[in-house]
Design a protein around this ligand. Structure first.
Ligand SMILES: C=C(O[C@@H]1C=C(C(=O)O)C=C[C@H]1O)C(=O)O
Length: 362
């Protein structure tokens, strides 16, 4: 099948987690957040979609004709053709932005900001088919929220393998599992050295400070919306095939009448992807980043007609057009951050999507 036909038959929305997969079929009705559940109920379906990073921008939510929930999707790994060039491996502007952010923190303006950058792979002969990239992600990132969504008004797809759950509910029980604090798994996976890198991350004052800023803010924002909440005092180590993260699994009971999307939007964007205080971090991101995040750093997910579902952070992702793959990666900056360190961290984060494409990212 010619590549463009293959792209057009790829599902408009797919999400596969270690527990199940969610696939949208048939015509998609665009809805706004206030009417989404009523429409889903009326059509005997659910809601799928994306919420942008910027809290003031409209969400891209759909009620599909059918919503199929089944077993996790299995992929098949393929080696993809190499791009002609990759732009952004070294990004001096990003290092300068980190230095500027650190100066603002030393002036007492804010505690944390997440700054991100792009890596663009150019394919003169046409980018690999979204289906093939998606299959590689499924095989390579088996514990992630692997997602693909067709972007509104274009032939491009946003896809990725996110390790981070922003909010899920099952009846009124909720879970949010923020990650913040990162180390590259540079030693052989499962070796003593690998474990030691994780332990060092657990003991790192810089990463623990970055992490508690996130957990404290999420607790503050959720308290008015829930009946009870349990926040572990100490984070745990969370592994992806490429990285160690600090993570805290927060659980509780949401007040009656609130959906999984209500919960997710109450804490989005968390300081794991924006910063603290949120309004100052958002302004600084707009000042220091030279591109529009769009859905990067937003939410991707689904819910059933009763509002139960799950919303993951749009991370470790790329936008795939007919001739390019644009990868996104960010890192939490605090006063103790260094430009070279955060540049290396974002290079490592590109690596998870980079593996699916078979490209070097640092
Ligand atoms: C911003 C990204 O990741 C986020 C930032 C992290 C950090 O700064 O340590 C860790 C996990 C994510 O919350 C990304 O992957 O692009």
């Amino acid at each position: 099948m010619p590549e463009n036909q293959q792209q057009s038959t790829f599902a408009p929305f797919l999400l596969s987690t270690p527990q199940h997969s969610v696939r949208a079929h048939g015509a998609m009705q665009q809805v706004d957040a206030t009417e989404a559940l009523a429409v889903a109920r009326q059509r005997g379906s659910g809601v799928v979609g994306l919420v942008p990073f910027h809290p003031d921008r409209p969400a891209q939510l759909m009620v599909p004709e059918h919503l199929e929930i089944s077993a996790p999707l299995a992929g098949k790994e393929t080696q993809l053709p190499q791009p002609d060039s990759v732009e952004g491996i070294d990004n001096p502007d990003f290092r300068a932005a980190v230095a500027a952010a650190v100066a603002r923190m030393n002036d007492g303006e804010l505690d944390k900001v997440v700054l991100s950058r792009l890596l663009c792979a150019h394919y003169g002969q046409g980018a690999p088919a979204p289906r093939e990239i998606f299959n590689n992600l499924l095989v390579q990132q088996p514990r992630a929220y692997v997602f693909s969504a067709k972007l509104p008004g274009s032939d491009s797809y946003l896809m990725g393998a996110s390790p981070e759950l922003v909010f899920s509910t099952e009846n009124s029980e909720f879970t949010t599992f923020p990650l913040a604090g990162t180390a590259a798994r540079e030693a052989e996976i499962g070796s003593t050295d690998d474990a030691q890198i994780g332990e060092e991350l657990m003991r790192s004052p810089k990463d623990r400070a970055e992490h508690s800023t996130v957990v404290d803010d999420i607790r503050t924002r959720l308290l008015p919306l829930c009946e009870d909440i349990a926040v572990p005092a100490v984070p745990q180590l969370v592994a992806t095939p490429q990285l160690w993260h600090l993570g805290t699994k927060i659980t509780g009971r949401l007040s009656e009448g609130l959906s999984s999307l209500d919960g997710a939007r109450a804490i989005h964007p968390t300081p794991a992807i924006c910063g603290f205080p949120g309004d100052r971090a958002l302004k600084l991101i707009e000042e220091l980043e030279d591109f529009d995040r769009g859905f990067f750093g937003g939410l991707v997910g689904w819910m059933d007609s009763r509002g139960n579902g799950e919303w993951a952070l749009v991370l470790r992702c790329a936008e795939i057009s007919s001739t390019t793959a644009t990868l996104f990666a960010g890192a939490g900056i605090i006063a103790a951050s260094t430009p070279a360190g955060e540049h290396a961290e974002t290079g490592n984060k590109f690596g998870s999507f980079g593996k699916a494409l078979g490209i070097t990212t640092r």
